[in-house]
Design a protein around this ligand. Structure first.
Ligand code: GDG
Length: 458
């Protein structure tokens, strides 16, 4: 195989950014093939001084471009984060449709495609990531690249009925058909996307995940992303993890910990989760004084207005619950709007009796897989998982819930808190097996195998 070329909005050029799922996966693949990673530098610059910098680390080359203020606003904040993010999470009510922003989005895709294509060599394999670059395949074809291009969408693909509300849906779908392999997180996403292609683009299903549309052939498959499973299990046993669990242990004073960790984003279902916690204290008096819920919710910088709104809602809900039930020595529900180190999170997961992962919609969700790997095999906690997370297709032995049904969710949390050890161990073993088997390396190999198979037939 030639070089692997990755394209994503943010890269792992900053070593501290290598902890996330995408960053680890891409980083490992690039290191083994001596690849190049293209993306945004994270800086904003005037058009005239906007630079393309190249740097090398551990055999991987990063080629990074600044964005202008206008590009950052229209491509990134507006079209990617205020149109595509809500629509792809089935939230038409939150989408701020904006066709001017789409023009800038298309222009940024083309500008970066030109930067990439100029630097490509014959035999290179290109792998594009996420919703910032839906048009990249088409833009690269325009720039003259005719080799295979893979694309992986980290967020859900909505049902056709929702996708069609996007004024640019036809343009986007047609552009996407320039990819050679399109990877989605789940069967649900795969089915939504292919149904759209068949209904709106006259695509023909050739079987085995191969579709014909616009005179080209595309492989479309679900490749559920995994985590560095063993690495996370190790992280949970480090000194730093132990310090974090000791610190929270002092706060708990022997009470059971229920934990949630999510970026503060409306897709994560935090208000519904808080309501369910309030209901649990209402409906199950035995939980009062014996359970503490801690929600870690680092703020998303890219969605300032929604973040403010969400924060207000959560403040109100937590204030009411703590006001109603809290006592001198007990805070029923805490939320911490800040981030912690990976090892610290692993330590908190390990000491928790219940992990609450209840997004309203999530491409995959890595937190639930991390929670599983952090557990102590002799006394594992229970995972409560939304049926609307992509991970629910794999993690059948979690307690699956509808996050909108807060009464039921309250009941399930109470059930998880009282689950006998034997059942906890049995469920955990099955979850662990899946997370270990279908880890990040499995995901990467599965995708690249399909993509490089095309390379080999050229
Ligand atoms: C997108 C899709 C898909 C969270 N807080 C802290 C922290 N995190 C880490 C978690 C986890 C990651 O961030 C979050 O990943 P998720 O998968 O849960 O969610 P998104 O950020 O929305 O990711 C999602 C994913 O892409 C991958 O394809 O699964 O569906 O939306 O690793 O642990 N990490 C640290 N401190 C924190 O406070 N260090």
């Amino acid at each position: 195989m030639g070089r692997l070329i990755a394209i994503s909005n943010r890269t792992a050029a900053d070593p501290s950014a290598r902890a996330g799922g995408l960053a680890v996966a891409v980083w490992e693949s690039l290191k083994s093939s001596g690849g190049v990673w293209f993306g945004w530098s994270g800086d904003i610059a005037e058009r005239q001084s906007r630079s393309v910098q190249s740097l090398k680390d551990d055999g991987v080359e990063f080629v990074l471009t600044d964005l202008t203020e206008r590009e950052h606003d229209q491509y990134y904040l507006q079209y990617a984060n205020s149109v595509l993010w809500p629509v792809f999470h089935y939230r038409l009510d939150l989408a701020a449709f904006n066709s001017d922003a789409f023009q800038v989005y298309a222009a940024v895709n083309q500008r970066i495609a030109n930067i990439v294509t100029e630097r490509l060599r014959d035999g290179d394999t290109v792998w594009v990531h996420d919703y910032h670059f839906l048009l990249m395949g088409d833009s690269m074809r325009r720039a003259g690249w005719d080799g295979p291009i893979g694309f992986f969408l980290h967020i859900p693909f909505p049902p056709p009925e929702v996708f069609r509300a996007l004024p640019e849906h036809q343009w986007i779908a047609r552009a996407m058909c320039n990819y050679s392999v399109i990877g989605l997180q789940s069967e649900q996403d795969r089915s939504n996307f292919t149904r759209y292609l068949i209904e709106d683009c006259k695509a023909v299903d050739r079987g085995d995940g191969v579709y014909e549309a616009f005179n080209t052939t595309i492989k479309i498959e679900a490749y559920p992303i995994g985590i560095d499973a063993e690495g996370f299990a190790e992280a949970a046993k480090t000194e730093k993890a132990k310090e974090a669990s000791d610190r929270i242990g002092r706060f708990l004073g022997g009470r059971n910990l229920v934990i949630g960790v999510d970026r503060m984003d409306y897709s994560k279902g935090l208000p519904e989760r808080f309501e369910a916690v309030g209901r649990m204290f209402d409906d199950y008096p035995e939980t009062r004084g014996s359970v503490s819920v801690t929600q870690i919710a680092p703020p998303s910088r890219s969605k300032v207005d929604e973040y403010r709104e969400l924060r207000r809602t959560l403040d109100g809900l937590a204030g009411r619950i703590n006001g109603d039930y809290g006592d001198l020595d007990w805070i029923p529900l805490r939320y911490l709007a800040r981030s912690y180190d990976r090892e610290e999170l692993a330590g908190l997961f390990r000491i928790a009796r219940v992990g609450l992962v209840t997004p309203l919609r999530d491409g995959m969700n890595l937190v639930c897989k991390e929670f599983v790997m952090a557990q102590d095999e002799a006394d594992p906690g229970v995972l409560i998982l939304s049926e609307f997370a992509g991970a629910a297709e794999q993690l059948k032995d979690a307690l699956l819930v509808n996050p909108h049904d807060t009464r039921k969710l309250a009941e399930v949390i109470q059930h998880a808190l009282t689950m006998p050890l034997e059942e906890r161990v049995e469920r955990w073993k099955s979850l662990r097996e899946t997370v270990v088997e279908q880890d990040i390396a499995w995901w990467r190999k599965k995708f690249l195998k399909d993509l490089t198979a095309l390379q080999d037939t050229r």
